[in-house]
Design a protein around this ligand. Structure first.
Ligand code: RNT
Ligand code: ZN
Length: 420
């Protein structure tokens, strides 16, 4: 498509939205201010670059062997840059502790410090990119029992408490250096494969460990604490200590953020309906936008009904300032730069769709109990010329329009990835 064609289609689309009372320019302006946090771990199948290299654990599995995965942090940054260049807007990075750069030296996770992320900091600073952070409580000999912060072994618990404390300090450093708070999200895999007899003791230990992790007050302008629940993992099918109820209670009572991962619930249970409830009691939440498929919680995000519902909830509830949007998926069977691009572009599309709703009018219909018109309007909105606005937004943000990004990703694969 030529620029003229994209602009002409946009002009007609904008008029059409205008007749519904929707200002497309305003929607795009708001959208350009929303930063999505791209998870570094899609780029190397959740491997990390520790010395020595460990096996992926914690009940996580990345399947597939598509060629070209990043083998070190330089390659990962290069791949991330490639993805960012295909995604409209300015976005963040979500980094895991196992992506530290310690040279050839082995540095224990409890000893990690900002200096081990100096190159990530420099890279982010140059691109004016915020960084969110995660302690890595898996893929480590001390996590082999399947338990970390909830372990019955005091020394294991101590180790992971110290690691999580170190992670908060690293987040604080990112916040200070990059001028935007770093959301530091704690997820632990702790759980049992088979039916436990004692469900409460591990939960009491987890709460106690978390209290120790969060004991030191850190400036929320620099870093924000978050906790993430899960229903089950591979090898923890019968019981996960950090369930949704556990962390909802923990977040409400301790004031941390709650992380809702879209793949961490029963297959028919959705996080979109949890956002407004959580935000009645919490100041802010974090999302791990993902896509569950049967037993897997981490397929590449697509523009599903649920993704649209998530975006609608954030926008309709006026929660853009209170919801941190992170992504969490990993697919090793397709081009990894394309996986990031597809998932992130879909998240942005869903947000744009939500921003293009005549929300005041819809609210009025609901309050007037005109449910006929509410349903009618919601269905009419689905066939408005959204694609023309999205194309125009990509054009304005100077990223490829439509499937043109795939050509760029293929070039990158040919010139860079296939040479690894
Ligand atoms: C695991 C959680 C967690 C991880 C990352 C790598 O089920 O979703 O967020 O995916 O920490
Ligand atoms: Zn997650």
């Amino acid at each position: 498509m030529t620029t003229e064609q994209i602009e002409a289609a946009y002009t007609i689309a904008s008029e059409r939205y205008g007749t519904m009372g929707v200002d497309t320019e305003k929607a795009m302006e708001i959208l350009s201010g929303i930063a999505i946090s791209l998870h570094c771990w899609q780029g190397d199948d959740v491997g990390g670059f520790e010395v020595p290299d460990g096996e992926l654990g914690g009940g996580l599995a990345a399947t597939g062997n598509y060629p070209g995965k990043a083998r070190n942090a330089d390659e990962l940054r290069q791949d991330l840059d490639a993805a960012y260049s295909l995604i409209p807007g300015s976005h963040r990075l979500n980094l895991h502790a196992m992506y530290s750069e310690t040279g050839k030296k082995r540095v224990e996770r409890t000893e990690l410090a900002p200096e081990h992320f100096a190159r990530w900091t420099d890279w982010a600073k140059a691109a004016e990119r915020g960084i969110d952070f995660n302690p890595t409580c898996f893929s480590h000999p001390m996590a082999e029992s399947g338990f970390t912060l909830a372990s019955a072994d005091e020394s294991v618990r101590r180790f992971w408490i110290d690691h999580c404390k170190a992670a908060r300090k690293i987040g604080e450093h990112f916040g200070r250096e990059l001028g935007t708070p770093s959301v530091v999200n704690v997820w632990v895999p702790d759980g049992y494969k088979d039916t436990p007899v004692d469900r409460v003791s591990p939960r009491l230990r987890l709460a106690e460990s978390l209290d120790a992790v969060f004991e030191e007050e850190l400036d929320p302008e620099l870093q924000l604490d978050s906790v993430e629940s899960k229903l089950f993992g591979i090898g923890s099918e019968s019981y996960v200590v950090g369930s949704h109820e556990f962390y909802l209670g923990y977040a409400v009572s301790s004031g941390t953020l709650l992380c809702l991962d879209a793949g961490h619930f029963h297959p028919t249970e959705v996080i979109s309906d949890k956002i407004s409830s959580a935000l009645v009691f919490l100041d802010e939440i974090l999302l791990h936008v993902s896509r569950g498929v049967r037993w897997d919680s981490d397929h590449v995000v697509v523009l599903s009904d649920e993704l649209q519902a998530i975006a609608q909830e954030i926008v309709r509830g006026e929660f853009l300032d209170r919801v941190h949007i992170g992504l969490d998926f990993f697919d090793a069977s397709i081009n990894r730069v394309a996986a990031w691009t597809i998932g992130t572009r879909c998240m942005i599309k869903a947000l744009l769709m939500a921003l293009l709703e005549p929300i005041d009018e819809l609210r009025r219909l609901e309050l007037d109990e005109d449910f006929t018109a509410r349903l009618a309007m919601l269905e009419e909105l689905k066939t408005l010329p959204f694609g023309a606005v999205w194309d125009y937004y990509c054009l304005k943000q100077e990223v490829p329009v439509g499937p043109a990004w795939l050509d760029a990703a293929r070039d990158y694969e040919k010139n860079v990835l296939s040479k690894r």
